[in-house]
Ligand binder design. Structure first.
Ligand SMILES: Nc1ncnc2c1ncn2[C@@H]1O[C@H](COP(=O)(O)OP(=O)(O)OP(=O)(O)O)[C@@H](O)[C@H]1O
Ligand SMILES: [Mg+2]
Length: 182
């Protein structure tokens, strides 16, 4: 417990969505955000695509830059969470090392594995990235020519090829209620 939390009614937490591109991280985080706003909760969303156009727009996808990207996001998430905000972080975050660092830095870290088979993500190909990766137009794409290190013990695992967005959202809401975070 840090000094900031002592005077704040809400605990704050970081819900960290990890999974392959197209697995459904952004979709679920957006729906969860709306659900929490309806309940008048303080919520903020940090999404990979948005953050890479602002806070970390100077970074690329080298190993070093990926480290820095997650480092900065973790720092911002930590500041928000300790001020009572429910922070929804949606990044592919393929490396265990990065997620474990975030877990150590943050109080109330909830790792959500948005789990969807690669074939289904590729079928969805929301951004057309898999097609480009298969064609060799982009390199080091997670799941194709860069590894995705699946979480071993996530707080939640959501199978988005089997469950609807609403079911996924309700599962997270149920978890947050059980942990008295909302
Ligand atoms: N249960 C579900 N949960 C989330 N998305 C689902 C689900 N079922 C189907 N989908 C669809 O899967 C797609 C997921 O795309 P989305 O952009 O959310 O993925 P992402 O994980 O954020 O990918 P990226 O890492 O590239 O940003 C959407 O088209 C969404 O409608
Ligand atoms: Mg996304």
């Amino acid at each position: 417990m840090n000094t900031y939390n002592n005077s704040i009614a809400n605990k704050g937490c970081v819900v960290w969505f990890t999974g392959l591109s197209g697995a459904g991280k952004t979709t679920i985080a957006q729906a969860l955000e709306q659900r929490l706003i309806k309940d008048k909760k303080q919520v903020e969303r940090l999404d990979g695509d948005v953050v890479r156009q602002s806070l970390t727009r100077d970074l690329g996808f080298s190993k070093e830059d990926r480290d820095t990207n997650i480092e900065r996001v973790t720092f911002v998430a930590k500041l928000l969470a300790r001020n009572g905000v429910l922070v929804l972080v949606s990044f592919i975050s393929p490396y265990k090392k990065h997620r474990e660092t975030a877990r150590m830095e943050v109080d109330n870290f909830i790792e959500v594995h948005v789990n969807c088979p690669l074939e289904e993500c590729e079928r969805r190909d929301v951004k057309g990235m898999y097609k480009k990766a298969r064609a060799g137009e982009i390199q080091n794409f997670t799941g194709i020519d860069d590894p995705y290190e699946a979480p071993e013990c996530p707080e939640l695992e959501l199978m988005t090829h089997k469950c609807s967005v609403d079911e996924c959202v309700e599962e997270i809401v149920g978890y947050l209620q059980k942990k008295k975070l909302i």
